[in-house]
Design a protein around this ligand. Sequence first.
Ligand code: GUN
Ligand code: ZN
Length: 434
Amino acid sequence: MAENLVLKGQTLSFADDPFLVGPEAAVEHYSDGAVWMQDGLIRGVGPAMEILDTATGATVVDYGDYLITAGFVDCHAHYPQLPIIASYGEHLLAWLEKYTFPIERRFNDPGHARAAADLFLDECLRNGITTSSVYATVHSSSVDAFFEAATERNLRMACGKVLMDRNAPEELCDTAESGYEQSKALIGKWHQVDRCVYAITPRFAPTSTPAQLEAAGELWKEHPDALVQTHLSENAKEITWVAELFPEAPDYFGVYEHFGLTGPGAIFGHAIHLTEREQAALRQSGSAIAHCPTSNTFIGSGLFDMAGLREGAQPVIVGLATDVAGGSSMSMFDVMRTAYEISQLRGYSLHPAKAWYLASVGSAKAMQLDDRIGNLAPGFEADVTVIDLVSTPLIEQRMAGADTLWDALFAQMILADDRAIRATYAQGRLVHQI
Ligand code: GUN
Ligand code: ZN
């Protein structure tokens, strides 16, 4: 790669965690700023005059008043489920049976999987998402299809083969042994190849036998730099079912603890209805939560306790996630807006700086990639999105009364959609523009 580019515009980056130090101290904003990207990495971020002085020989792209920020990071999504987005009328367990399992069966066809991966990744880029942690299906070839499509687009993506050996249609089941062997082979083939990251992916406790969860824990011990992703405490019936299936465990999180599936690099989707013990154990373990607000409202799962988990001296690592297609949108603006609305219903107002942090740095931390993606800083991979802050007449009208950066960011997360995403760069390469 030989890109040497300066993007001029407003820049937004994070010097710290706004939940810990407050929005003013956490956010760095240059209204007349620039980002210098060379050979796929960010070389500098700051006032345009300073950057232009140092970036000798760079091509300058002037984005005017557009906001230049790190690409969004989605730390929990199911690419095979995109075709069933907006499916009516069910809650989690019936939704899985009625919509999800039937569509996932079709991924035994590698051509189908590749077309679905292409569509999913193009939707990500149109929405300014440059990294996701993605569930494939039980079929190994669905992981191959996804990583091939991601590599073609130059994207840093995590993905894993779903492990299920019970309580699912037979064609979607592996065994403890075959699931382990296939996952291990996929790690050998893809993990840390180009920009790919492997995620060991037991779907959730109800669809794995103890033997399969044990094998997944063993595999993680053998490959500790891979991620683990699964679901936790999303829905009341699911939680009751887990208690029946694992009577020895103290609670749902305790099941994963028992099999060595908790700790830094483990990402738990949802985590809505945690007991006090689970909250404390999760916090102490260094595990992360993928908060999936548009899914939690759409399939009616419940109201996530953002304040309880993130405010205070030792916040849990939380990232934001679309959870398509339990989630009803590919837009991180929708995800941030719904996170705000759920918090409102719990009596807590999520500040826009905190929402944007969770949608970028928070998710990167969940994926243990926060030293290289999710922020604009020298040495970081140049995954960047460019946002038009007046992308519709309604937003233009609202922005006329927006006196502060916080007003402007808040107006975007409440009102904007994919029309606001004017350009997306992956490792310095332009991969989407309108
Ligand atoms: N729990 C187990 N599998 C799934 C899934 O595919 N989506 C959601 N939202 N929850 C799950
Ligand atoms: Zn999910």
